[in-house]
Design a protein around this ligand. Structure first.
Ligand SMILES: [Zn+2]
Length: 193
């Protein structure tokens, strides 16, 4: 059992955050516990937007659940980033599954759609998961309504991406609970959503 320390005070989304912790306890080997002065810990703040660093940074590490971010799947998404998990569409093999529509992505958000190299992240032999809570929806960061930023190669999966229900069972956390946390990476700027 991995026990990241987490601190949050007077957060408007406290109920949802606690619910997300319960979900991790239930579905993974991760048990978020209250911070009591330890060196490295996660601090859930309410800044602008929903964002997190990818992986452990050391010391006080912030994660923002801003206004409009108080949905359990968004909280799970950001916590998973903090644990070292990238967005699903950043996988090195993503071009086999989705096509990124670069022209439709809002200025300044291209980084969110970048593809990792195999050196930067490891999918741990978990199949590409369209229904992952880490996968963006088809219109994420679109420049205008009606424009897609991600198109699935097989059109049948268009409705699956961006699901905001819960952590999927096929995800790396349950597939290889003891392995996946070792690929925690550092020094990555905050990932918005
Ligand atoms: Zn994300």
């Amino acid at each position: 059992m991995l026990k990241p320390y987490v601190h949050f005070a007077d957060h408007n989304a406290m109920g949802v955050i606690l619910q997300a912790f319960d979900m991790f306890r239930l579905k993974s080997c991760i048990d978020f516990v209250p911070w009591t002065g330890e060196q490295d810990y996660l601090s859930v703040v309410k800044y602008s937007g929903c964002w997190s660093y990818v992986g452990k940074q050391g010391g006080l590490q912030k994660l923002s659940i801003g206004s409009g971010c108080d949905h359990i799947s968004i909280v799970e998404h950001e916590l998973l980033h903090a644990l070292g998990i990238w967005n699903e569409q950043s996988r090195a093999d993503r071009d086999d599954y989705v096509t990124i529509q670069w022209d439709n992505i809002r200025h300044g958000r291209w980084r969110n759609f970048q593809k990792n190299t195999l050196q930067e992240s490891d999918s741990l032999n978990v199949p590409y998961d369209y229904s992952s809570v880490m996968h963006y929806g088809s219109t994420a960061f679109q420049t205008a309504p009606g424009l897609n930023t991600i198109i699935t190669r097989d059109p049948i999966f268009m409705d699956f991406i961006g699901q905001r229900l819960d952590i999927s069972r096929a995800g790396p956390l349950t597939a290889q609970p003891n392995v996946q946390l070792h690929f925690i990476v550092g020094l990555v700027g905050p990932m918005y959503l």
